[in-house]
Ligand binder design. Structure first.
Ligand code: FES
Length: 113
C-alpha cells in the first residue's frame, strides 16, 4: 500500500519547494506531479534522456543509505546530463520512493538542456 512521504526540492536560486508524494512511484514522477519545472524527464523514465538529473544531497545518512545503488546504465547516462555531474548526481527516474526516503532533500540543476 502506498504511503505519503515528504520531499524537499532546493531550486538553483536557493528557493525551496516541498510536497507530499506517494511511495511506489519514482522521484521523477513525483517531481512532475508537484510541478517541479527543473525536472524535464523527456523520455518518461526510459533512461534515455538524462533530463531528470538531480543532486541528492540529503543531510540524513539514513536516507542516503536507503537510496538504491546506481545501475551501470544510469551511470553511463549521467555523462549526458546538461549540468556538471557531481558525486551526488542521480537520475530521478531511477529512484523509487520508499517510506525510508521520507523527508528526502533534492537539489535541482540550473537546467536540463
Ligand atoms: Fe529520461 Fe530519467 S526521465 S533518463
Amino acid at each position: 500500500m502506498a504511503t505519503l512521504i515528504e520531499l524537499h526540492f532546493i531550486h538553483h536560486d536557493g528557493s525551496r519547494s516541498c510536497g507530499k508524494a506517494k511511495t511506489g512511484q519514482s522521484l521523477m514522477q513525483a517531481a512532475l506531479a508537484l510541478d517541479i519545472d527543473a525536472v524535464a524527464a523527456d523520455c518518461g523514465g526510459l533512461l534515455t534522456c538524462a533530463t531528470c538529473h538531480v543532486y541528492l544531497e540529503d543531510p540524513d545518512p539514513a536516507r542516503v543509505a536507503a537510496l538504491p545503488a546506481m545501475s551501470a546504465d544510469e551511470d553511463s547516462m549521467l555523462d549526458f546530463a546538461a549540468m556538471p555531474r557531481q558525486a551526488s548526481s542521480r537520475l530521478s527516474c531511477q529512484i523509487p520512493l520508499t517510506p525510508a526516503l521520507d523527508g528526502l532533500q533534492v537539489r535541482l540543476p540550473e537546467s536540463q538542456y
